[in-house]
Ligand binder design. Structure first.
Ligand code: ZN
Ligand code: ZN
Length: 272
């Protein structure tokens, strides 16, 4: 039976399967909600026929790829255009042919990585299209990667060259990793932080969670690990799979973690 890709209509997670998958490992996990009306899985041809998308340069050399209409968690695929080989971090839920052509015109992809399963999007498409030599996922997240092939599993840290480095931070997901872009002074922080933004895209509040939907907090040990991981890194902005927050510098991020560490565990949205 031929294998093909199916997207969960509830969260957008892609699975490679010989038939409609029985369930979705992201939605059955405590960190996401089950679909209210039962499972629905979309074959790739159906998604391709009903979705398009957009690419925009949000800062010099930093591109955001998004899918419309929204699919699943509706994340953003980031592309860092740079001399040493472009890096794609996280992926859009689906890439139209025009989006892939735009990416190719920007130099394609040499390195592909994601923070954790909520940021995978259609990462399998980017591997199929560009065959980047490096597909890097932290070791503890490998169990979620059946829809694509990891070529560079890593433990604590993976140097991508040119001042870009992946760091294992755990917390929200055991295998969660962040990408520090030192020359760009940015931290692609995965779901280490949730940034609440207004309709104009201005960041209004920052928080950290084990699970957003149910407001399950992180433990102090998990927050301390976040702090230890990012304290040595310098950055002026963070990018989650969903938000670009130029208001969140290293000092702001550390302040948010220190505030959470100074009280009993609990989810609190700290105003920015
Ligand atoms: Zn799902
Ligand atoms: Zn997440």
């Amino acid at each position: 039976m031929p294998l093909s890709h199916y997207a969960c209509a509830n969260c957008g997670f892609w699975q490679l399967h010989f038939a409609t998958p029985p369930d979705c490992p992201v939605c059955t996990d405590v960190r996401n909600d089950l679909p209210a009306d039962g499972w629905r899985f979309l074959p790739e041809a159906e998604v391709a026929a009903s979705h398009s998308g957009d690419a925009r340069e949000v800062a010099p050399g930093l591109w955001a790829f998004t899918t419309s209409p929204a699919l699943g968690l509706a994340g953003t695929g980031w592309l860092v255009v740079r001399g040493g080989g472009n890096i794609a971090f996280e992926a859009a839920p689906y890439y139209s042919a025009a989006m892939l052509a735009r990416m190719a015109a920007l130099g394609g992809i040499a390195m592909l990585a994601a923070s954790h399963a909520h940021g995978y999007g259609a990462l399998f498409q980017l591997q199929r299209e560009f065959a980047p030599p490096v597909v890097a996922i932290q070791r503890d997240d490998l169990r979620m990667t059946k829809a694509f092939r990891v070529t560079a599993p890593f433990d604590d840290r993976l140097d991508l060259g040119g001042g870009c480095t992946l760091h294992h931070v755990g917390g929200h997901y055991e295998g969660q990793a962040v990408l520090h872009d030192a020359p760009g002074r940015r931290l692609f922080c995965g779901d280490m932080f949730k940034i609440d933004q207004d309709d104009a895209g201005r960041s209004r509040a920052i928080s950290s969670h084990k699970a957003f939907h149910k407001d399950i907090p992180l433990t102090h040990a998990e927050l301390r690990r976040y702090r230890d991981a990012i304290a040595p890194l310098d950055f002026d902005a963070v990018l989650t799979p969903f938000e670009y927050a130029p208001e969140v510098s290293r000092a702001v991020a550390l302040h948010a973690l220190d505030e959470a560490l100074a009280r009993a565990p609990g989810v609190k949205r700290l105003p920015l």
